[in-house]
Write a protein that binds this ligand. Structure first.
Ligand code: ZN
Length: 474
């Protein structure tokens, strides 16, 4: 079977999901926190809830969580109180907004509401997503890291190479871009001299005029085109893994490696979005805390990517293939292979759309991040540098400075829900236990931790984790 091939018919199309998200972005998010399109771009990601009636006669789709953002804070800025948002890439702000949505849904369910997406499961104190609901993830751009290492195959790309394809642009990534372009030109000149360029050009023209290219860079007759270069990621390989060669051309990066995002100023503890999304395929999107109350993890029914440089092979490698061999997972967990599709619709506040319009040299990534969740109170949250927008240095640490999706806030919401429950309704993992800190609660989610350990041992051995003393807050 082809990678990404479908086992069941989709209840949605990629363009339908993308346009639903773009509409939500235009109509539901206020200007505050969004880019000034004359000089800034951003990334956007969202979770779409798909609901079917019993016989699939009708399907309704709605956005339940959305995030924007392009930045990540460095290690030196992280506090031990869990009140800073470390990773504000859109995929991650969307995922944390989705967890906020799920917490609200759990609070509805535990209060006896039938309106919740959860219903009681067979195990005591556990809940499950009702069978009529599923979730699709949208991202306006390929996730940073492994999925953004994309072979350049078309004629146009070779004439105007934009070498860093993802959001991980930091001062050193800018160097990569500059040196990459000069290396590219040097290589092209060498090839011109040796005559190989002429052959490649002919190949390109054949492919453009004679046959339409498919997603993976093959012509219609199945002939593979050799990529001369790759789009690059600014995320760096983690120590202990194979490292990038930085050789000019297509071998610049090593493939399949775990990567860490550059922070502002110093290194971050945040793994690339490709790595984090691969983890969702084993551990689900709900996180450790919610797993206490769920019988099974929440896996995605699909991932849709907006129009941008894209490779089906790179997406499948980064998100699916790297963890496919992980075995011995605890009950309820599995190696989920997510269905990945690209939309033909461009995000109007993304880098590619704005580059087409104006002066590409002037464009910078937008510094603020927006979170939106389908919850009744204070659905919106705008942050910059990991804190609520407008926070002064002096106000850091105050309740007003916190994002509603930071660790401390999500932990607080979770504790409120479980503390309200009589002990007969608590799951075993939360009963008769002396749990105090965030770390205690996460560690006590036994099946989640067991699955995570299997994933770490079998596939992601060099994963960088936030040190434990940064997770001991109450
Ligand atoms: Zn990212």
């Amino acid at each position: 079977m082809e990678p990404g091939a479908l086992l069941v018919a989709r209840l949605w199309t990629a363009d339908e999901i993308a346009s639903l998200c773009y509409g939500h972005y235009r109509n539901q998010l206020p200007k505050q926190g969004l880019p000034d399109p004359s000089r800034e771009w951003t990334l956007m990601a969202a979770f779409i809830q798909v609901e079917t009636t019993a016989l699939e006669e009708s399907v309704t789709k709605k956005v339940v969580a959305m995030g924007t953002g392009t930045k990540c804070v460095g290690q030196s800025k992280v506090r031990k109180t869990g009140d800073i948002l470390q990773d504000s890439h859109a995929e991650i702000t969307a995922k944390r907004s989705f967890q906020r949505y799920l917490l609200h849904q759990l609070s509805l369910a535990t209060s006896g509401s039938q309106e919740s997406v959860f219903s009681t499961a067979t195990d005591a104190g556990k809940w499950m997503i009702k069978p009529e609901f599923s979730f699709v993830f949208f991202t306006s751009h390929t996730p940073c890291g492994d999925a953004s290492i994309i072979p350049m195959i078309s004629h146009e790309d070779q004439l105007f190479p934009t070498l860093v394809s993802d959001v991980c642009v930091d001062p050193s990534a800018a160097d990569i871009s500059a040196s990459g372009i000069s290396a590219y030109k040097r290589k092209a000149n060498e090839e011109e001299a040796s005559g190989t360029s002429k052959r490649l050009k002919q190949d390109d023209e054949t492919s453009l005029n004679g046959a339409r290219l498919s997603d993976d860079g093959r012509t219609a007759n199945g002939k593979a085109l050799e990529a001369r270069d790759v789009y690059r990621t600014g995320a760096k390989c983690v120590p202990g893994e194979p490292q990038d060669s930085h050789k000019p051309g297509a071998d610049y990066h090593c493939l399949g490696a775990l990567r860490v995002k550059p922070g502002r100023g110093d290194r971050s503890w945040s793994m690339s979005c490709s790595d984090k999304m691969a983890r969702w395929n084993i551990l689900g999107c709900q996180g450790a805390l919610l797993m206490h109350c769920l019988q099974r993890p929440v896996y995605l029914a699909g991932v849709v990517v907006g129009k941008c440089p894209y490779s089906q092979e790179a997406m499948d490698r980064a998100l699916n293939t790297r963890c496919q061999k992980v075995a011995s997972l605890p009950d309820g967990f599995r190696t989920h292979r997510v269905d990945i599709v690209q939309s033909s619709l461009l995000f109007h506040h993304g880098r590619d759309a704005l580059k087409e319009k104006g002066d590409a040299g002037k464009l910078v990534p937008c510094g603020s991040a927006v979170s939106w969740s389908a919850v009744p109170h204070q659905a919106l949250d705008v942050t910059a540098n990991g804190y609520r927008q407008g926070t002064t240095k002096k106000a850091i640490g105050s309740p007003q400075s916190r994002s509603r999706i930071c660790k401390a806030e999500l932990f607080g919401s979770f504790r409120q829900i479980v503390q309200r429950l009589p002990s007969s309704q608590l799951p075993d993992s939360l009963r008769d236990q002396e749990l105090k800190t965030y770390w205690d609660y996460k560690k006590a989610a036994a099946t989640y931790q067991e699955a995570w350990n299997q994933l770490l041992q079998q596939a992601f051995t060099s994963w960088i984790r936030t040190p434990r003393d940064y997770l001991q807050f109450t």
